[in-house]
Design a protein around this ligand. Structure first.
Ligand SMILES: [Zn+2]
Ligand SMILES: [Zn+2]
Length: 274
């Protein structure tokens, strides 16, 4: 995520981290924030190949759901201990700082105001709401629904207590990236895996007044044809508008509601690169 000339904020470190890292070190800013949702391997795989951590003079602040700095360091350090990768955490040439964070607390990272929320995932995962200059974005992965089938917003029922907490967290967000790994039938077969499906994300985001929902954390087996079909299925959606996350794409968090030139004072957009 970027806003103006401020330090970029990176969410998790999957395989995309390698290309992203090269891009970041080629730019004048010498600092960044990295926020982890949790430590399943699909979210940390790219960290040992993330060039900023090997760049002397580069400041990498890493926020990790943990109770202490030691625990934060250990959670990531186990992937950089000389066994899974030749480099050890303590040998990294960049200035790497570990910051333990707890869901529910609000804090500032660079130009962004950040708040975490505990999600529904085996071993836990933390979702983030990130705001800058009146623009709001949320990253909600990995998570199963917050209601059982037949209950809650996707069943047309009042939100469960857990759903109400998420709805308040997402209230009036400009853009929400949401875990929609499964379709509804797959979800029913794999309810304990800790992932959601598009109709659920849509129902929850509608209840929260979200403007744009981004379907995310696609099934690794999904073919391009399946992704195209998903995109076509949701193309006409409104309240929220629905788009499908795509590798390498850049989206503006607050899409102009009126043609440019008719808006009030100009402000730097918050951009999200995927
Ligand atoms: Zn996970
Ligand atoms: Zn995952």
């Amino acid at each position: 995520m970027r806003h103006g000339d401020g330090p970029p904020l990176v969410l998790d470190c999957g395989t995309g981290a390698r290309a992203l890292g090269f891009k970041l070190v080629g730019q004048p800013v010498r600092e960044m924030d990295l926020l982890f949702s949790h430590f399943h391997m699909d979210h940390v795989f790219g960290f040992p190949f993330f060039i900023p951590i090997y760049t002397p003079g580069y400041n990498v602040r890493i926020s990790i759901p943990a109770f202490s700095e030691d625990e934060a360091r250990q959670k990531l350090g186990r992937y950089l201990n000389g066994v899974y990768h030749p480099t050890r955490l303590r040998e990294l040439p960049a200035n790497v700082e570990f910051i333990p964070i707890r869901p529910g607390k609000a804090y500032r990272r660079g130009v962004f105001d950040v708040k975490g929320l505990q999600l529904n995932h085996p071993g836990g995962s933390v979702g983030y709401r990130i705001e800058a200059d009146g623009q709001s974005f949320a990253y909600i992965t990995d998570t199963a629904p917050f209601a059982r089938p037949g209950e809650g917003v996707d069943a047309g029922e009042p939100p469960t207590a857990a759903e109400s907490r998420v709805i308040e967290f997402l209230r009036d967000c400009d853009m929400v990236v949401y875990d929609t790994m499964f379709d509804h039938d797959e979800y029913l077969e794999k309810m304990t895996w800790g992932h959601s499906y598009p109709e659920y994300a849509d129902a929850l985001c509608r209840a929260a007044g979200v403007k744009t929902l981004v379907l995310f954390h696609h099934l690794p087996d999904a073919s391009d044809e399946m992704m195209d079909a998903l995109e076509a299925k949701w193309a006409g959606a409104s309240n929220p508008a629905v788009i499908v996350a795509r590798e390498g794409a850049t989206v503006e968090v607050q899409q102009p509601a009126v043609p440019s030139g008719q808006q009030g004072e100009a402000r730097a957009p918050v951009n999200v690169e995927g």
